[in-house]
Design a protein around this ligand. Structure first.
Ligand SMILES: O=C(O)CCC(=O)C(=O)O
Ligand SMILES: [Fe+2]
Length: 365
């Protein structure tokens, strides 16, 4: 059954517990999970090599990062810097628009959660009723961005198209190109992840024929250092892997097992890559989907561009049998990638429905 608005849903920031397996409360049983004080930097250029030895050399580092940290910086990713820079330029141009213009694309009016999230309009509200200190624009898989001729974009949870600002010609074209490029990278990286797990490199290919990826350009204004307001609440990402272009301003922090928030400042020319809940679950908690948050105390405006690389929406995200040592009971409440995504987005965007600041922009169905 498709989820309906208003249905009892998870609270953003809490892991989605529909089958009791997602999120950070159920950590890997490995003693080293969360044992880090800094985030490893990996030159991933070997993933593109025809030589297995090169691919394996990357995979060994990827495995260590994924079991211990859940995050790594990826150098040598192959996405042209110029393309990334242009994405940031478009983001700035989008956010410069008047509020009313941006609200024409209000994300809470789209059943598939595409479009504009206003400042303080997502996350868990503080006592002042305001939530995350960021504004964002979301886009992702739809019929136009689908590259699988066999797929009809018919997921029951995630139907619909992207919404684009018509007054910014070139925006859709560039963001669509960027989407295709990072999706390609995701597919190659997923092969390396399979190798890192000791599996045939094409093990995830059937999960990724029409991956339900989404991407975001986000604006995090600086907060007073005396303010406790977060840019983004602590959370884990929902998908398989996240490829974050972090921009130039330090604000991302990652939680280690000692409860310390470890800063993940931008490193030029790298993506911050992290394990999402899907990959944690597929690996039966061997790879960890680590909690992180955004807090901008730098005094500078910040743009960041996360790309959420997801399995096909209809895929049921259960542990891979090849990774289970014995016939482990994996529960009976199996959820699909599309269902997880819709659930997460509904929970994240509750303030857009409930805060009087935004309610007048809601279109009554
Ligand atoms: O902007 C960042 O540094 C991270 C954003 C993030 O964690 C997210 O959008 O899920
Ligand atoms: Fe995140």
């Amino acid at each position: 059954m498709p989820l309906v608005r208003g249905e009892e849903i998870a609270v953003w920031g809490d892991p989605y517990k529909a089958n009791g397996h997602f999120g950070t409360d159920e950590k890997s049983t490995l003693a080293i999970a969360g044992d880090f004080k800094d985030i490893p930097v990996i030159d991933i250029s070997g993933i593109f090599s025809p030589d297995l030895k090169d691919r394996k050399a990357v995979a060994d580092q990827v495995r260590d990062a994924c079991v211990r940290v859940g995050f790594f910086y990826a150098q040598g990713h192959g996405v042209p810097q110029e393309m990334i820079d242009k994405t940031f330029d478009w983001a700035e141009r989008f956010f410069e628009q008047p509020f009313e213009k941006k609200m024409e694309l209000f994300i809470n009016n789209q059943d598939n959660y595409r479009g504009y999230t206003p400042m303080f309009g997502s996350g868990k509200p503080d006592i002042d009723g305001l939530a995350n200190a960021n504004e964002a624009f979301d886009w992702g898989l739809d019929a136009k961005l689908n590259d699988d001729p066999e797929y009809a974009c018919s997921d029951p949870y995630m139907k619909g198209s992207n919404v684009w600002p018509k007054q910014l010609p070139g925006f859709e074209e560039h963001l669509s190109q960027y989407y295709g490029k990072v999706r390609d990278l995701g597919r190659v990286m997923a092969r390396n992840v399979a190798l890192s797990l000791g599996l045939p490199e094409d093990s995830f290919d059937p999960y990724l024929t029409h991956p339900g990826c989404s991407a975001v350009v986000a604006h995090y204004p600086p907060m007073e250092t005396t303010s406790t307001k977060l840019g983004l609440d602590p959370h884990t990402d929902n998908e398989f892997l996240t490829f974050l272009a972090p921009g130039k301003v330090r604000a991302l922090e990652v939680l280690n097992r000692d409860g310390q928030w470890i800063s993940a400042p931008p490193i030029e020319g790298t993506y911050v890559v992290n394990v999402g809940d899907q990959l944690q679950r597929l690996t039966n908690n061997l790879y960890i989907s680590t909690k992180h948050r955004v807090i901008n105390h730098t005094g500078e405006e910040r743009i960041s561009v996360p790309f959420f690389f997801s399995a096909n929406w209809e895929c049921i995200i259960d542990p891979l049998k090849q990774l289970l040592e014995t016939d482990v009971e994996i529960g009976s409440n199996h959820v699909s990638a599309g269902q997880m995504y819709k659930h997460t987005m509904m929970a994240l965007h509750i303030p857009g429905d409930s805060n009087p600041l935004f309610q007048k922009y809601l279109k009554v169905a």
